[in-house]
Write a protein of this length. Structure first.
Length: 251
């Protein structure tokens, strides 16, 4: 294979860097859903030409983070709530298959040690008032768990699902609701049970623990969505309003 010329390599670097910076601004809601993305303005703020900006926006369109409307331009996407079930279904399929592969291929005790370190960091944040901070460590734990397979493609696919889930949670306003840490404590206990099964080499118990953990996470988020929908309905109806139940934190 012919090596890239220096100019081509530099151009590729600028395109990738521009894509990642815009993507992170969307994921962290520095660019909110519905905001118009003007290539000239982005190019100026990022100190690049319009070409890498347009290529980055087209890639983000393909990934669902940006929407292009003919004759109007680019906008940060406003994902439908119906998407959440699809995301959790794909997450479930990828994570369960990853754990099956990990047991088929084998993994070193040191890999479980690394998971334990991440788990301890997560437990230290249970009382932290920021659900977003806990979620980032939780994502790190689950990606490291999938990494036991040594299948980089699978891990990258799962990372993409986590990015969509993070985008979804911010778009739904989840972080403003989920700062009590109740689900965080339950998730920590579930992680502990999973780690104990990994230490014991107990495939079936580990798979059962993971399936249960993922199902609880999905059920909790759907409870949150239902509470938001109920609150929206209350606002549309006359008379006294019942307080919506406060959701717990999703893992």
């Amino acid at each position: 294979m012919t090596a890239k010329r220096p100019l081509e390599a530099e151009r590729g670097f600028f395109i990738e860097e521009t894509y990642e910076r815009i993507r992170q601004d969307i994921l962290r809601h520095r660019l909110n859903p519905g905001v118009k993305l003007v290539p000239d303005h982005l190019a100026t703020s990022l100190k690049v030409s319009r070409t890498p900006v347009r290529q980055a926006l087209e890639r983000l369109c393909q990934e669902g983070f940006v929407q292009h409307i003919p004759a109007r331009g680019y906008f940060v996407a406003e994902p439908p709530r119906s998407e959440i079930r699809d995301l959790y279904d794909v997450r479930f399929a990828l994570e369960v298959r990853a754990l099956e592969l990990a047991f088929e291929r084998g993994f070193a005790p040191e890999a479980v040690d690394a998971l334990e370190v991440i788990h301890e960091r997560y437990k230290a944040l249970i009382e932290n008032p920021s659900a977003a901070s806990r979620s980032r460590i939780d994502q790190e734990f689950h990606l490291a768990l999938a990494g036991l397979t040594d299948n980089e493609l699978l891990v990258e696919m799962l990372r993409g699902i986590y990015d969509r889930l993070s985008f979804r949670r911010r778009s739904d306003g989840y972080w403003f609701w989920a700062d009590r840490g109740l689900r965080g404590a339950a998730g920590a206990r579930e992680h502990s049970a999973l780690l104990a099964s990994l230490r014991a080499g107990d495939r079936e118990t580990a798979l059962a623990a993971l399936r249960s953990h993922l199902a609880e996470a999905q059920a909790n988020y759907e409870q949150f969505i239902a509470s938001v929908a109920a609150e929206e309905n209350d606002r549309l109806l006359p008379g006294p309003r019942a307080a919506a139940p406060h959701p717990q934190e999703t893992q």
